[in-house]
Design a protein around this ligand. Sequence first.
Ligand code: PEP
Length: 249
Amino acid sequence: MIRQKIVAGNWKMNGSKESISLLINGLLEMEGSNSEVVVAPSFPYLSQVESLISGSAIVLAAQNVSQEVKGAFTGEVSASMLGDFGVKYVLLGHSERRSLYGEIDALVASKVKAVLDFGLVPMLCVGETLAEREAGKTLEVCERQIQAVIDVVGIAAFEGLVIAYEPVWAIGTGLSASAEQAQEVHKAIREFLAQSSESVSQKVQILYGGSVKASTSSALFQMPDVDGALVGGASLDAKEFIAIVKAAG
Ligand code: PEP
């Protein structure tokens, strides 16, 4: 099955009106690509980025969402609000949210549901810590994080979401998983999904994230179960990000 590649930039809590304008103008110089190119700015810049990318093939993502629909939830942002700004994807279960903000599997699953209910596409991040990898628990952790979502939204809903395998030890550390390590886990995730639905397992796009750079991306993208990348640090540099998009083809 041919799955379109996605190259998504997670800008995290970085940027200003000025730097974002420069970054997007740099990205707009990119040649057409067969891959879907996605950028995820912080909430205050969604409107600015929506305007700047209008008419281009670049797609907008958000970095978080509330699990609630509306109401007295000070400081929260709902899926419908994200939809108002042309957001397609929402990052959920990112390891920084899990470890720094206590987002447990059940909360991540309820956010996935809120996003799907509103017709947006969750980008569900899963991955093990270094201690878990060393204890041989990589697949157990990824499967637990995915199963918690299946339990709430059902396997069929996975046709409408993207998974990002992001080993925690590789995020922001400069230590990328090798292409072979990524492939091994992506294949295992696909096999795990196939236990519930073979067709869903073949359709779902599985991105790799964790210190992806232009220099490492070509090898990653050659792996049969790697359907793109979720890029943090390197997505803040237009030239580097464009080189990753080019490597994806
Ligand atoms: C991320 O935050 O999703 C990420 C993969 O970051 P980095 O590329 O900087 O490791």
